[in-house]
Ligand binder design. Structure first.
Ligand SMILES: [Zn+2]
Length: 398
């Protein structure tokens, strides 16, 4: 059968990708959606079921928006919720988060490891990452189909090379290569740019669904990242777009680790909110929450800090919206909290300052996914399996 050859074939890959992206569908809906012959879909599903990648359920009549053909019931097919996992790792300025993600995007085994400045040296952190990946991959009977580490900063993705991560102090670290020798599993280790992965996840499965174009800004308390997706295609700029945190919002202002002065992330991340509120303690996870609570309770200093910080966000957003003209703006992490605390201010401020926002309807909203970066990292880790299911599974003994 063409397309369902020894490698699991393009038909099997297309069927698996569709079920991964869309969830359970009738077999008839899969056939209609992919425009394949029913026999090709049947063969692909048999192959995928034999590989434990999909489950074929009981027939269902006339659901999932597709004709079942001559009124016959069509079985519901879905990715196997007990099938292979991706190990997804998110490295932030102050922590490492590891999780196992299934093809149905269910996340299990989430482990957070706090980082102090003593832990961030590559000689210390890379072996710790290798241990965490091994624990996640080997602590389950499910097969590990891929690993991806989401790193902040400037990443050369094709070979997993970290050019620089400003908040960890890394420069020119061949992360994928060094991990490859330390992680005792047979799948390759991918390294991706954290913000790009998080934004892709929101676009496919979260607040970006249905948008023709989406600008998203991410903030894991320290630093701001971003991404722009147009017609499903992320703007990459050679791997360095969109460094939204380094848009200058205050010329001659505070010195940023990037070397410039007045960058957005110096004025609109959670450190900036603490500073604006006169609370100069180190960034604890709940410190910003306390300011939002105080502002909601009417505390003048807290309300002023929220107003000032949200104002800087508007300044940065204005430049980005005027440049990119997105249909939807999605604010994630700390910026989602900031937006919820100052929604009218951000909306009205953007309308007042952005000619593009005035010219067309731009929807501003917050991220939907609890672990967007892990979901995005799993997308990258699963990519080879979704292209060639059998080839990847043959290389990864259970
Ligand atoms: Zn900067």
């Amino acid at each position: 059968m063409p397309g369902t050859g020894d490698d699991g074939g393009p038909a099997a890959g297309r069927v698996l990708t569709l079920l991964h992206r869309r969830g359970p569908l009738t077999r008839a809906a899969v056939t209609a959606e992919l425009g394949l012959a029913a026999s090709a879909v049947g063969t692909a599903l048999s192959d995928l079921a034999a590989l434990d990648l999909v489950r074929v359920g009981e027939p269902r009549r006339g659901s999932s928006g597709a004709s079942t053909g001559r009124g016959r019931p069509s079985p519901v097919v879905e990715v196997n919720p007990d099938g292979p996992v991706a190990v997804a790792v998110q490295v932030s300025a102050d922590r490492v988060t590891v999780g196992r993600v299934g093809l149905d995007r269910r996340i299990s085994h989430v482990r957070e490891h706090a980082l102090t400045s003593a832990d961030t040296d590559p000689a210390t952190l890379i072996p710790a990452l290798a241990d965490a990946i091994s624990d996640a991959a080997h602590g389950t009977e499910r097969r590990c189909a891929g690993v991806c580490i989401a790193m902040p900063g400037f990443i050369r993705e094709h070979d997993g090379f970290v050019r620089s991560t400003l908040h960890l102090g890394w420069n020119d670290v061949p992360l994928a290569q060094r991990l490859g020798g330390m992680v005792p599993i047979s799948v390759p280790v991918a390294v991706g740019r954290a913000a790009t992965l998080a934004v892709l996840a929101e676009f496919r499965y979260g607040a970006g669904r249905g948008a023709a174009s989406m600008l998203a800004l991410t903030c894991e308390r320290v630093g701001i990242g971003g991404g722009f997706i147009d017609a499903g295609v992320p703007l990459t700029g050679g791997g360095h777009a969109l460094e939204a945190g380094h848009i200058i919002v205050e010329p001659g202002g505070l010195r940023c680790p990037c070397g410039a002065r007045g960058c957005l992330e110096m004025y609109a991340d959670s450190r900036a909110l603490l500073r604006a509120a006169g609370r100069r303690r180190h960034v604890r996870e709940d410190a910003a929450t306390g300011i939002f609570d105080d502002a909601a309770a009417g505390d003048h200093a807290a309300r002023e800090a929220v107003r000032v910080t949200a104002g800087h966000l508007v300044t940065g957003l204005t430049s980005l919206v005027n440049t990119l003209a997105p249909e939807r703006v999605v604010l994630m992490g700390f910026l989602a909290d900031l937006y919820r605390a100052a929604e009218d201010l951000v909306r009205d401020g953007l309308t007042a300052s952005s000619v593009v926002a005035r010219a067309g309807r731009i929807e501003v909203t917050t991220g939907d996914l609890r672990h967007a970066t892990l979901v995005g990292a799993a997308e990258r880790a699963f990519a080879p399996l979704l292209r060639q299911p059998r080839t990847v599974l043959d290389a990864t003994p259970s």
